[in-house]
Design a protein around this ligand. Structure first.
Ligand code: NI
Length: 195
C-alpha cells in the first residue's frame, strides 16, 4: 500500500474519459488499497482513480464517522459506476475536491441517486444514496468523465477555504447579534470536507 500523489486541476488526465475496468485481479485490488490509503491521508471522503493518474472507472467513497452525515463510517468501492436514476429534486451544497486543493464552491445536485456498478471481484452492486452521500457519488462519477465540480459550481461561488471560513464566521456573528444571548449557536460547518 502506498499514498499516491493527487493530481491537481490543469493536469490532462483529470479531463479524460476514463476506461472501463475489465480485469478484476490482484493489480486492481492493490490499486484500490492505494486509493483508500491516499483518501485517508488527504483526508477526503472520496477519490476517483484519475485523481492519482490512473484513467480507469473506479471510485472510493467513505462517509465520516459522524451522525451529521448519511451512512456514517460506511465505505464503498465501485468499479464501472453508473448513475441509474437521480431525484428530480435538487439542492445546493458546498463542495471541495482534492484535485482543486484549498477551494470550495456551491454546487446544485440531486438530493438522491441510485448508482450501480461492480465490486472489486466484478460482482454487481447497487447503492441508494441520499443527501451528502449522493453528492459524493455524483462528484466522483463526474471525475470519470473528466468533469470537475468547478465546472458545475454557481457563478462566483468558488472561493478559498479561508474565505469560506471567514464568511461562515461573519454569518455566525450576524446570527449571534440577532439571537437572544441565552440561545446556543451551532458551530460553523467544517469547510474541509473534500471529495
Ligand atoms: Ni474530487
Amino acid at each position: 500500500m502506498a499514498v499516491r500523489e493527487i493530481l491537481q486541476i490543469g493536469h490532462p488526465v483529470l479531463r479524460q474519459r476514463s476506461h472501463k475496468i475489465a480485469h478484476f485481479d490482484a493489480a486492481l485490488s492493490s490499486l484500490v488499497d492505494d486509493m483508500i490509503e491516499t483518501m485517508h491521508a488527504a483526508p477526503g471522503v472520496g477519490l476517483a482513480a484519475p485523481q492519482i493518474g490512473v484513467s480507469r472507472r473506479l471510485i472510493v467513497v467513505e462517509m465520516p464517522d459522524d451522525e451529521d452525515y448519511p451512512n456514517p463510517g460506511e465505505r464503498w468501492v465501485v468499479c464501472n459506476p453508473e448513475v441509474v436514476r437521480t431525484s428530480r429534486e435538487t439542492e445546493p451544497g458546498q463542495e471541495g475536491c482534492l484535485s482543486v486543493a484549498g477551494y470550495v464552491g456551491m454546487v446544485e445536485r440531486p438530493v438522491s441517486a441510485i448508482i450501480r456498478g461492480q465490486d472489486i471481484k466484478g460482482k454487481k452492486l447497487r447503492v441508494k444514496a441520499e443527501g451528502f452521500l449522493a453528492r459524493a457519488f455524483l462528484h466522483e462519477i463526474d471525475h470519470l468523465n473528466g468533469v470537475l465540480y468547478v465546472d458545475r459550481a454557481e457563478d462566483g461561488s468558488v472561493m478559498t477555504v479561508k474565505e469560506y471560513e471567514q464568511l461562515l464566521q461573519e454569518q455566525a456573528a450576524e446570527q449571534e447579534a440577532d439571537l437572544a444571548e441565552e440561545m446556543e449557536i451551532e458551530p460553523a460547518q467544517d469547510a474541509r470536507v473534500h471529495i
